[in-house]
Design a protein around this ligand. Structure first.
Ligand SMILES: [Zn+2]
Length: 71
């Protein structure tokens, strides 16, 4: 099954783990809180930044959470 492993590595890329959408949604509240607190959210939730960049649905959710928190 080396092909699968290569495929996973290609999808994940060299920057470390990427979250699934489910994991992303589970962590998103905490991630936004950390961002707003000025903490290193990407370090606290590894893979989140990469997922948000690559996933329009989660990025939209992230932006609406930020907008909510900002109002
Ligand atoms: Zn996603």
């Amino acid at each position: 099954m080396t092909e699968d492993r290569d495929l996973i590595r290609a999808l994940v890329g060299p920057d470390g783990p990427e979250l699934t959408c489910e994991q992303c949604f589970e962590q998103l509240d905490r991630y936004v809180e950390l961002e707003l607190a000025g903490a290193d959210a990407d370090r606290a939730v590894p893979g989140m930044g990469a997922h948000l960049e690559g996933c329009p649905a989660c990025r939209e959710e992230h932006e609406s959470l930020l907008a909510l928190a900002d109002s």
